[in-house]
Every structure is written in C-alpha cells, then in structure tokens.
Design a protein around this ligand. Structure first.
Ligand code: HSE
Length: 295
C-alpha cells in the first residue's frame, strides 16, 4: 500500500517573504487504498477539516495529482484515498502545500513518472503560486527558495547546531491566503526593501554560523506582517510580546497567518502559553504545537 507523508510548513519567517520556509514535524498522510476508473475519486478524510474538505473535483490533492499526470502525459486513473490530516486548515501552516506535494508525489508513483523530488518542484510551485511552502514540504528542512515563474532554485540550510524548538500558536480563526496577499502594497519603498533584504541575508548567515542571538532582529519585517497583523485579533501585539519571552529566538506570522511561529531555546511551553495568552485576551480560543524542524 502506498502512503505519502507530507510535513506542515511555515513560510516567510518574517524577513524572507515568498522565499524562506521551514518543514515542521506535523504531518498529513495520504494513503492509496485502491485504483478506480479514470476520473473517479473516493476520498475519506479524517482529522483536521474532516468531512468538510472540498469535493474530489475541487480537492487540491486531486487537482495536483491530475495536473502532474497531464504534465507528464500519463493516462489518468481514479483513486480511492484515505487522508489523515494533522495540519490545521487555513491557518498558515501549509495545508494546501501539503496537498499539492501529496498529489504530485502520488502521480509520480502511480503514473510511473519516477522523477526525483527536485525535478517535481517546478510543477508544485506552479500549482501553489509561491515556493516557500511546497519546497520545504517536499524536501524537508529550512529552505531558501527563489522562483521565476518557470524554474526554482533552492538551498536547504543545515540543521540547527543546538536544541531549538519551533512553537506554533494557532488561533481559532482562519485567514484566506488570497485575501492576505491582496492587502499587501504593490510597491514598497527602497528603505523597506533594504530593511528586509539586510535582515533576510543576516538570518541566513546567522543560521549557517550558529549566531542564533541575531535571529530576533533578522526575523523583523516591513513587507507583509504590518499589513497582515490587522487581519486577525492579537496580530498587532503578539510579535512584540513574544519577542521578550525568555529563550525566544524570534517570532513571525506563519505564512499568511493567523498562526504565529517562534524559535525557542529553553522552555517552549512557557513561550507557547505567552503566545496563546495574547489570543485569549482578545477573546479568541487557540492551541499550540511544540515542534521540530522536519529534516
Ligand atoms: N509566502 C506566502 C505568503 C505564504 O505569505 O503569501 C503563504 O502561506
């Protein structure tokens, strides 16, 4: 039996808008239970989203599977799938990227396309529209990617040199990525561009050299978070609040939100509770995950 396991991901990490992304130790599992005649799909989803998931025709896993079969000229076969979903939906943790990666990887095996993962990245990025979730979800680790609408270049950073946990606070509210992209300015000032560029470069160099004390500074951003923080209660306060939590190595809105991610050296639960308390003060329920980078 074929099971494709795909990790959650957090994109942007503050300064690296549409470029930085990290795979996290939280997984969706897509299990192939059998093959069906072409165009017939039977999907049984359990976990996050459960039965509320899109019908087979608009399901992203299926759309991505079909797109890959077509791209590589393989005749379609229908699928009976059981999907175990642990990644919260529409919370900025890469649930759609996981479906895209899952669908393309299923096609790779079922259609005997048999390409190495790296060769499948362009179609995955095309389906998702930006590289920073699908690339880490597909290859794992912390990845810096660059895409030009056709090709994708990427570098996977080495694992942390010391014990660092990834805390993710997930409020009980959803943010639509399309809408969260629409609130961003079309043009930015040179000053803001330099602000982010210098921090993103510092982030990569600091990670590589183990200078983790630079991360809170290196994760600062002026290109997207100031606009998106207004899209969910607590968004405008949480980054400042969590930054001063003991052991916190920087925090950022995860993807387009509303989840918030923090790298933590020390006691992750304490930071997680501090993050969730911001949502509680706004009358919002939330939960948290203490995760590792999926390498
Ligand atoms: N880089 C994308 C964005 C990630 O911020 O819109 C979406 O998860």
């Amino acid at each position: 039996m074929l099971t494709v396991i795909v990790p959650a991901s957090s994109a942007n990490i503050g300064s690296g808008f549409d470029s930085f992304g990290v795979a996290l130790s939280l997984y969706n599992k897509y299990q192939l239970l059998g093959l069906l005649p072409a165009k017939r799909y039977d999907i049984d989803a359990v976990g996050e989203g459960g039965k509320g998931l899109a019908s087979p025709e608009s399901n992203l896993l299926i759309r991505s599977y079909e797109a890959a079969m077509k791209r590589f000229d393989v005749p379609l076969v229908g699928l009976k799938i059981r999907s175990y979903n642990a990644i919260p939906l529409a919370r900025g943790l890469g649930s759609s990227a996981s479906a895209v990666v899952g669908g393309v990887m299923l096609a790779n095996v079922i259609g005997k396309i048999n390409l190495p993962k790296e060769k499948l990245l362009p179609i995955m990025v095309e389906l998702e529209g930006h590289p920073d979730n699908v690339v880490p979800s597909c290859i794992g680790g912390f990845v810096i990617s660059s895409w030009d609408d056709k090709d994708v270049k990427f570098v996977q950073l080495p694992p942390f040199r010391e014990k660092v946990k990834v805390v993710v606070a997930v409020p009980d509210v959803t943010v639509d990525t399309k809408q969260a992209r629409e609130v961003l300015p079309r043009d930015v000032s040179l000053q803001d561009a330099v602000f982010n560029l210098s921090r993103a470069a510092l982030f990569a160099a600091s990670w590589m050299t183990g200078k983790l004390e630079n991360l809170p500074w290196a994760m600062e951003d002026k290109l997207h978070q100031p606009y998106r923080a207004k899209l969910f209660p607590g968004g405008e306060e949480i980054l400042e609040r969590v930054k001063s939590a003991p052991g916190c190595l920087g925090a950022a809105i995860s993807g387009s939100g509303p989840s918030v991610l923090a790298f933590v050296r020390g006691n992750p639960t304490r930071t997680a509770k501090e993050m969730c308390s911001v949502f509680t003060e706004k009358g919002l329920r939330s939960r948290f995950f203490v995760l590792d980078v999926d390498q």
